[in-house]
Design a binder for this molecule. Structure first.
Ligand code: PLP
Length: 366
């Protein structure tokens, strides 16, 4: 048996008709950039998240970057986040001219350790970006308390957490703004690049809307310096069709995650832990194992694709050498990095495939 890491073809096959129709709509109305389908998607995804405003942009990175700019983050400012995230979280901060300041994570959830945040706050801190890593929301209530008492903006990196919940509220609706990516393999994925800013703050939404379109509110009147950060019409139409499936697909992910948990229960590996406040949507199903390198090789030899998210924490990346960090600065993240391995996870993975992955792991361990 062969088990891919994700199977976008199976997803496509399951909604081929809807995708073809969605693309056809845009081919007919020729609104290739922004336009009706993007506007409808903005309303529908904002409403799904439970926020008043939504702005479609051309990537998750752009969503984070423009939200930071709209929060007046710039040179001389500091933004707190975690070192175990996709590089884009830190890049978005750097793109504004601000400096990323890292905080270590909780051992069980892999999310920001809120008890360590206050020590990282300085006079220059402007914002905090918690990352809802692998699809599980960070512990937002105590984080929001700290942010409020220190006058800090909270921008949720929800790029892996479409539809995830914290105490019954959707990820992306908890802080001042939530940023999403529609990279094809995300829980809600476009047929190319895409991103989104969700917020209840009308001024924030308006500013992001202007920034994504070269700083113009009216054609050729450039009030502020913006960028080309626009979402394409075809992506808007396709995302509308896929949004209708998101809850179902997330539930499939959860069922398969629980099945993995059950089958892996007796083996000497650490399975993901779901916090009592969370509805985890398993963008990634990440376990920890002692001989991770050998295990990954073994799985690969047996046609099971795996990943490591992420193999080098950002504070040890060459691109961020200017921050002056060294090994040992964030011990929890650095400990995890040696052991984490992401197993195949996608809504259409079959029970047979999950069983094959676990059998292959069992053979390795015995
Ligand atoms: C995917 C991702 C991003 C960036 O999204 P792009 O659409 O690829 O720019 C940012 N943060 C996290 C945690 C992500 O997983």
């Amino acid at each position: 048996m062969r088990v891919p890491f994700v199977d976008l073809k199976a997803q496509y096959e399951s909604i081929k008709k809807e995708i073809t129709e969605a693309i056809g709509t845009v081919l007919q109305n020729t609104a290739y950039i922004l336009g009706e389908q993007v506007e409808l998607f903005e309303q529908e995804f904002a409403s799904y998240c439970g926020v008043d405003f939504g702005v479609g942009v051309n990537s998750g990175t752009t969503a984070l970057h423009l939200t930071l700019l709209a929060s007046n983050v710039g040179p001389g400012d500091e933004v707190i986040t975690v070192p175990n995230t996709f590089i884009a979280t830190a890049e978005a901060i750097s793109l504004t001219g601000a400096k990323p300041v890292f905080v270590d994570v909780e051992p069980d959830t892999y999310n920001i350790d809120v008890t360590k945040v206050e020590a990282a706050i300085t006079r220059n801190t402007k914002a905090i970006i918690p990352v809802h890593l692998y699809g599980q929301p960070a512990d937002m209530d105590p984080l929001l308390d700290i942010a409020h008492s220190n006058n800090l903006v909270v921008i949720e990196d929800s790029c892996q957490a479409h539809g995830a919940e914290y105490k019954g509220k959707k990820a992306g609706a908890l802080g001042d703004a939530g940023c999403f990516s529609f990279y094809p393999s995300k829980n809600l994925g476009a047929l190319g690049e895409g991103g989104f800013v969700a917020t209840n703050n009308e001024k924030m939404a308006d500013t992001v809307r202007v920034l994504r379109d070269h700083g113009q509110k009216r054609k050729s009147c450039h009030d502020i310096k913006g960028i080309n950060g626009r979402l394409e019409g075809i992506q808007g139409a396709v995302l509308r069709a896929k949004l209708r499936k998101l809850e179902e697909w997330n539930n499939h992910r959860r069922e398969k995650a629980f099945y993995y948990n059950r089958l892996l229960d007796k083996l000497p590996v650490t399975t993901p832990s779901e916090a009592e406040y969370a509805k985890h949507v398993y963008h990634l199903y990440v376990i920890r194992a002692q001989n991770r390198a050998e295990l990954s090789d073994w799985l690969s030899e047996n046609s099971v694709a795996t990943g490591i998210h992420y193999p080098i924490p950002i504070h040890l990346q060459k691109a961020y050498a200017d921050l002056g960090h060294k090994a040992g600065d964030f011990p929890v993240v650095e400990e995890h990095v040696k052991e984490i391995v992401s197993l195949p996870m996608f809504p259409h993975i079959s029970e047979d495939q999950v069983e094959y992955v676990v059998d292959t792991i069992r053979k390795f361990l015995s």
